[in-house]
Design a protein around this ligand. Structure first.
Ligand SMILES: NC(=O)c1ccc[n+]([C@@H]2O[C@H](COP(=O)([O-])OP(=O)(O)OC[C@H]3O[C@@H](n4cnc5c(N)ncnc54)[C@H](O)[C@@H]3O)[C@@H](O)[C@H]2O)c1
Ligand SMILES: [Zn+2]
Length: 369
């Protein structure tokens, strides 16, 4: 049976690529990938224990198309994004005789694709790779845009490269096995896309909360398609974050990164920190007169309905630690914090020069100590 799928183009100075979104794509991924690598090429399928069944199914389809398949497994979590794991993958590629024409198929979430993409960027000065995105976060965000990299002991994502995939495959059916907390956290990023660019998506999230939390495939497909479309458009126009547009993807992330960092990445996952960050950013926007209190309340209500946290009380973190972490964040420009703030649902603006006192007040209001 021919499956219906949607295709979103992404522009890159390296090579343009496509995101394909649909249901039941994994079993036929060999056909999609066959345009990317030469017939008979070696493919390293990089994945993790928890999603081994998806890696195997992808491999079976790739094998059917005549590719020579190898497997590489990464550990779970952020520790997979390390220099040690990077070198291990590079050594495996070498030992299996991988050449320039060969490639990597990353089957997994952001961790798998960040590490695989970075390995692809440096192996023999660059081989091609494909992302098969298995988490909602990966499908709406991390698989797109070519940011690859690893963590250093000093912080997250401090070493990396802009190195776009040759293809992204987002099979909605794979989201069925996602743990509920991962699903909800990723929905924070979907809310972000709604606020920055798409009032229709925001309203869809409001009107379909029940279906979404029950993982209704049609609802998830609508969300992935809209979100991936926005990210694809933004990174196509501002691939290297030099033109000022890509920064809007950072909505909720200035506060969010500060919260994650101050809580030492324990008790809270990224999307949850972004949810709190967006609640704070909207409040800040009201305080500085950029948006109406109605917008902030509407966003707050949606985040709560999606069962996301909107305050930091439970984390017991100090205001000063969050502020310090925010100041260290690599996205600050010329030592000043930049905030992406909503004007209305679907439109944001970038603001600098907000006094530290104002930020401190917001943090306290949202429950920091
Ligand atoms: N490159 C980018 O632009 C970008 C953007 C955002 C985030 N990131 C990075 O992405 C990472 C987070 O990615 P993530 O949220 O996808 O987490 P993740 O990759 O760690 O995956 C979360 C967990 O879910 C498991 N899993 C994956 N797919 C599953 C499925 N379908 N069913 C059941 N379990 C599944 C994984 O094995 C893992 O244990 C972070 O390291 C972050 O820095 C990168
Ligand atoms: Zn994010």
């Amino acid at each position: 049976m021919k499956k219906k799928m949607k295709t979103i183009p992404v522009k890159s100075v390296k090579e343009n690529y496509k995101i394909v979104i649909g249901r039941g794509l994994l079993a036929g991924c060999g056909r999609l990938v066959s345009g990317i690598f030469q017939p008979g090429a070696r493919i390293m399928v990089v994945s993790q224990a928890k999603i081994d069944n998806y890696a195997r199914r992808a491999a079976a389809s790739l094998e059917e198309k005549g590719f020579k398949i190898f497997f590489h497994r990464l550990p779970d979590g952020e520790r997979a994004k390390s220099g040690h794991e990077l070198l291990k993958l590079l050594h495996t590629l070498l030992s299996k005789g991988f050449e320039r024409k060969d490639g990597i198929v990353a089957v997994g979430g952001g961790v798998v694709s960040d590490l695989s993409g970075f390995a692809a960027s440096v192996y023999l000065r660059g081989i091609r790779y494909v992302n098969i995105a298995t988490t909602l976060l990966a499908q709406v965000d991390s698989s797109i845009g070519g940011k690859t990299g690893i963590n250093l002991s000093e912080g997250k994502n401090l070493m990396g490269a802009f190195y776009p995939p040759a293809l992204v495959i987002s099979d909605i059916d794979l989201l069925r096995s996602l743990p509920p907390r991962e699903l909800r956290a990723s929905l924070a990023e979907a809310v972000k896309y709604g606020v920055i660019r798409d009032a229709g998506l925001f309203a869809f999230l409001e009107e379909n909360t029940g279906k979404i939390l029950r993982k209704d495939p049609a609802a998830l497909e609508r969300i992935v398609t809209a979100s991936a479309g926005i990210k694809a458009g933004v990174v196509s126009r501002d691939e290297f974050e030099t033109r000022g547009e890509r920064i809007i993807l950072n909505y909720g992330h200035t506060f969010g990164h500060g919260i994650e960092n101050a809580s030492k990445y324990k008790k809270i996952v990224h999307g949850e920190a972004v949810a709190i960050g967006m609640a704070m950013a909207a409040h800040l926007a009201v305080e500085v007169g950029i948006c109406s209190p109605r917008l902030a309340l509407r966003q707050l209500a949606l985040l709560k309905r999606l069962e996301l946290p909107v305050a930091v009380d439970a984390l017991e973190i100090r205001t000063a630690s969050i502020l310090r972490a925010m100041m260290q964040d690599k996205k600050k420009s010329k030592g000043r914090l930049r905030f992406v703030l909503p004007e209305r649902i679907g439109k944001v603006t970038v603001k600098t020069g907000i006094p530290a006192g104002e930020i401190r007040n917001i943090l306290r209001l949202f429950g920091s100590k």
